[in-house]
Design a protein around this ligand. Structure first.
Ligand SMILES: Cc1cc2nc3c(=O)[nH]c(=O)nc-3n(C[C@H](O)[C@H](O)[C@H](O)COP(=O)(O)OP(=O)(O)OC[C@H]3O[C@@H](n4cnc5c(N)ncnc54)[C@H](O)[C@@H]3O)c2cc1C
Length: 386
């Protein structure tokens, strides 16, 4: 099994890391203390990062994308998450929207929206989760009823990343409840012509990453905005196969930041007349942090490598997501321990790394759901029907 990085990928990693350290890292703390980024702030950051392939990395060149390997996208997201996981979250979701549009949009929709999207000025979101439908996507209640040349969408979506700043949403809704998951379809809802309400939701970590409740009250959408009828559930699962591996890479980046900060602190901080890094129990914590982070990285990039090879990556992506997110929680918690009381203070970044890592065990399917996916594929026995 060889998925080592090419020389080009190593050079990209070095140049992106250098840029992020110089241009982005100095402003992160200030933003994280003031909450979700505004649309204008988000666009400004995205424009700085576009030349490296952020946002458009999964998009084919014919649509103005940079068409990078999945592994290269993983490198980009790991390094951005090492500096600022919130911004990485926003970009992963916005990129997912553009990719979805390129896969399922009509010619007209692609022609109109992809140039705006690739400029970084048009931000999308994916609205699946609802108040009564979280892990069980198939039970969602949002309806879309045909009325002449339009669909009328009614329902509430919860925890929608980028929701408050989004120009458009892919909304998963049922056109026929009796069909169960086969009645689910995505609708392209453009906010300027089909307005919907957004209420920002405060959360423990990833504080600059907007997450909102979206309300669709008789929201009128042209019937041409129904994408790939009946394929909504299948498309959601196909998206997760990629996004879960990317979340694994994100959490590897957060954990790496915690390791880097802890090594520095263990070298600088002295107690009993010697650096705390000389104590064996501190060294043991650091070695455990490195081991778990390396394992999460290998699982994530193995899944991304399968995607590059056009092979199935379902359980491998789920394993990467569940392992790397939970490992990042343990690693960032140890980073706090190594920093002592300072680890709890917002004068040091490790409390943010912990909050951010802790936040990521829930989206894109919880740890428990990922384990049930792996269990299903290795046992051939389903814990639930869909
Ligand atoms: C930061 C963040 C960003 C998000 N972004 C988006 C987004 O962009 N778009 C979107 O649509 N959604 C988004 N979500 C929502 C996310 O996908 C859901 O929160 C997630 O799927 C879990 O659903 P839930 O919160 O309703 O928990 P529930 O499904 O109610 O689960 C509660 C608990 O029960 C457990 N559980 C449930 N079923 C089982 C089972 N069969 N076996 C064992 N345990 C089980 C879960 O693991 C969990 O521990 C986001 C969430 C967060 C936190």
């Amino acid at each position: 099994m060889d998925f080592s990085f090419t020389e080009e990928q190593q050079m990209l990693k070095a140049s992106v890391r250098n840029f992020l350290e110089k241009e982005i890292a100095p402003v992160v703390d200030e933003h994280e203390k003031s909450g979700p980024l505004t649309k204008a702030e988000t666009v400004a950051f995205i424009k700085q990062l576009l030349p490296f392939g952020y946002l458009t990395g999964f998009l084919p060149e014919k649509y103005g994308g940079s068409q990078l390997e999945a592994k290269t996208n993983g490198i980009l997201v790991e390094d951005l998450s090492r500096v600022w996981a919130s911004l990485a979250g926003t970009i992963v979701i916005a990129a997912g929207f553009l990719w979805g549009l390129s896969e399922a949009g009509s010619q007209d929709q692609k022609q109109k929206l992809l140039p705006l999207g690739t400029s970084g000025e048009y931000i999308g979101c994916l609205a699946i989760t609802e108040p009564n439908a979280g892990s069980d996507v198939s039970s969602l209640e949002t309806t879309a009823n045909l009325d002449g040349d339009n669909y009328i969408i009614n329902g509430t979506k919860m925890w929608i990343s980028n929701g408050s700043i989004a120009d458009a949403a892919f909304v998963l809704a049922t056109t026929d409840k009796s069909l169960g998951p086969l009645g689910l379809s995505f609708f392209l809802v453009e906010r300027n012509t089909s307005p919907f309400q957004a209420r920002e939701l405060h959360k423990l970590g990833m504080r600059c990453f907007p997450t909102a409740e979206l309300s669709f009250d008789d929201c009128k959408v042209p019937k041409t905005n129904l994408l790939d009828p009946g394929a909504g559930y299948k498309r959601t699962m196909a998206f997760f196969d990629v996004s879960r591996a990317m979340v694994g890479a994100m959490c590897t980046g957060i954990a790496q930041a915690a390791i880097d900060a802890s090594i520095k602190y263990a070298q600088d901080r002295t107690q009993f007349g010697q650096p705390i890094g000389s104590f064996q129990m501190i060294q043991e914590m650091l070695v455990d942090m490195v081991a778990e982070t390396e394992a999460g990285r290998l699982l994530s990039f193995r899944a991304l490598d399968l995607i590059d090879k056009g092979q199935k990556s379902r359980w491998q992506s789920s394993l990467a997501k569940s392992y790397a997110t939970e490992a990042a929680v343990r690693t960032t918690s140890k980073a706090i321990q190594i920093h002592g009381a300072m680890g709890l203070s917002d004068e040091y970044p490790v409390e943010r790394y912990f909050r951010d890592a802790r936040t990521m065990t829930i989206p894109e399917g919880t740890t428990q759901i990922q384990k049930l996916i792996v269990g299903r594929d290795i046992l051939g026995i389903r814990a639930f029907l869909v």
